[in-house]
Design a binder for this molecule. Structure first.
Ligand code: GLN
Length: 539
């Protein structure tokens, strides 16, 4: 029988529910159990694909092309179970299904209601994982208890325990225990209220995970337990991390959460957990041997979550290169300022992430010129690759005013143009070239060297491409086509061979990096940045 764990959040948003869920998934996997992860989001968008990163942070793309919530990135970085479109549901998608069923006449004349029709659809979404072969399914409910949109989800997960039996289902509630500086006290009341709200709906949480800045005393734990109707052992402290988010699983294990959950669910561990790899990661983070500074130049550089997977991937490569990564977040429209140009010239690597729309593009092109002319290691991702092609066309190949037709439909040199299959596309949602696609790498490329193989698969999310009409002119001018689709039609990777490390890719390597398995391109980029830092120090 598959066991279900539901994770809800209370008091405030942004408590790191995704991270806690992913950490728990990783701990259960470390006991030899197979775990599947899933997120239910109460907002009305069908998926986050059309949302601005300012609203919702990065859009995370899966192999199957689903555009999902960034928490799925945490799941993939910490755990190994497969994620598919059924790992990510929103109210919009649930209602779309309900309304389509109604139009097909599937409700047989009934009045269609939130309970039971929407709640049944939510339970179907939970079962859509088809995880009968998995030992545990962890389902995270987005939002905060008390949100109007969240009610049907809470009702559905309450019913779920009746369907599968209480012994097969647990609820974990993540809350905040704020520290009041003036009173020098931790405050438990908001948590009591939040649990009270859950109990009104009929959910008695089995465990509380309490986010806190300060250690929670035994007395306070007992008080929370009493008011929230559970034994003190089930109130788990989750203190703010000192160095890295990769402390979270270790801290939960130190408090015994994994073992308590196994006991409560009558699950037998299949192996003794071995967390040595994670201790090693923490050790490397605590005692780096070098530091490199990387400029991330993007439209959303000031938003903390817009390039989440990129920042994580940089950290992973930092861990393997024993380097502390200092990130300079540079808004691309600031590149017209001299001091900003000087600032990025002084870094050890420049990274341009993906993006959409014209704002800041000239700044990105400017930053790439600085990287190319000063032999500063460069990694371009998606729009970053397209800008690298534009920069090379304008400033090396002499194609004045070269551009992407995304930004200038009238450009004399459309070196980046719309993918043929995109021409008839009208709707914005879910219609880009999305998900895993194969790429064949050129021999002697940096990419082939770092991947250690020539055939790779990476995730995509774009509408525009390197225009094949310009391939000859740009390669003749020295740009290397270092990777293409297997039919050699689409350019997937470009490099500049005589540069220390200049690699730009049409896909998103950041979606396939794990702390325990850093992505080869990020590894190569950081290794080059470390080499550049040494050269800088000597000269
Ligand atoms: N805007 C570009 C395109 O649609 C790049 C997309 C991206 O960077 N994800 O092709």
């Amino acid at each position: 029988m598959t066991k279900h764990i539901f994770i809800t959040g209370g008091v405030v948003s942004s408590l790191g529910k995704g991270l806690t869920s992913a950490s728990l998934g990783m701990l259960l996997e470390s006991h030899g159990l197979s775990v599947r992860m899933q997120k239910l989001d109460p907002y009305l968008n069908v998926d986050p694909g059309t949302m601005s990163p300012y609203q919702h942070g990065e859009v995370y793309v899966l192999d199957d092309g689903s555009e999902t919530d960034l928490d799925l990135g945490h799941y993939e970085r910490f755990t190994n179970g497969p994620l598919t479109k059924n790992s990510s549901w929103t109210t919009g998608r649930i209602y779309l299904n309900v309304i389509e069923r109604e139009r097909r006449g599937e409700y047989q004349g009934k009045t269609v209601q939130v309970v039971p029709h929407v709640t049944n659809e939510i339970k179907r979404a939970i079962r859509s994982l088809n995880a009968d072969d998995a030992d545990v399914v962890i389902t995270e409910i987005g939002g905060t208890v008390g949100d109007i949109e969240g009610q049907p989800f809470l009702e559905a997960i309450r019913q779920f325990s009746l369907d599968v039996g209480k012994e097969n289902c647990i609820y974990i509630h993540l809350t905040l225990i704020p520290f009041l500086k003036a009173a020098k006290e931790l405050k438990t009341k908001p948590t009591q209220h939040s649990v009270g709200q859950l109990r009104e709906i009929g959910i008695q949480p089995d465990f509380l995970v309490c986010r806190t800045e300060q250690p929670i005393s035994r007395d306070e734990i007992e008080k929370i337990a009493l008011f929230c109707n559970m034994p003190g052992t089930n109130v788990i402290e989750e203190r703010d991390c000192e160095i890295s988010i990769y402390e979270v699983p270790i801290s939960l294990a130190d408090h015994g959460l994994d073992r308590l959950i196994l006991e409560r669910l009558h699950l037998k561990a299949k192996s003794e957990p071995d967390l040595s790899q994670w201790y090693d990661i923490l050790q490397r983070l605590k005692m780096p041997e070098r530091q490199v500074t990387i400029a991330v130049v993007g439209k959303y550089a000031t938003h903390k979550d817009a390039y989440k997977s990129i920042y994580e991937s940089l950290d992973h490569a930092g861990i393997s290169n024993r380097a502390k990564i200092r990130i300079e977040r540079i808004p691309s429209d600031a590149l017209d300022r001299k001091e900003v140009q000087e600032k990025i010239k002084a870094t050890n690597g420049i990274l341009i992430p993906g993006g959409f729309g014209e704002r800041g593009v000239e700044g990105k092109i400017n930053a790439i010129r600085i990287a190319r002319e000063n032999n500063i290691p460069f990694l371009g991702i998606c729009l970053g690759m397209q800008c690298a092609v534009i920069e090379y066309a304008r400033n090396v190949a002499g194609l004045d005013d070269a551009n992407s037709t995304e930004f200038n439909a009238e450009t004399p040199h459309p070196v980046i143009s719309l993918l043929a299959e995109q021409r008839a596309v009208k709707n914005l949602g879910g219609t880009m070239r999305l998900g895993a696609q194969p790429t064949v790498l050129a021999e002697n490329s940096h990419a082939a060297k770092w991947y250690g193989k020539r055939e790779i698969s990476e995730r995509h999310r774009h509408r525009y491409e390197f225009n094949a009409d310009y391939r000859e002119r740009l390669t003749a001018a020295g740009l290397m086509v270092a990777g293409t689709s297997p039919d050699n039609r689409l350019v997937e990777v470009v490099e500049i061979p005589q540069h220390l490390w200049f690699v730009a890719v049409q896909y998103h390597p950041e979606f396939k990096s794990q702390p325990t398995k850093p992505h080869p391109l990020f590894n190569g980029f950081i290794a080059a940045a470390a080499q550049q830092a040494v050269q800088n120090a000597i000269s």
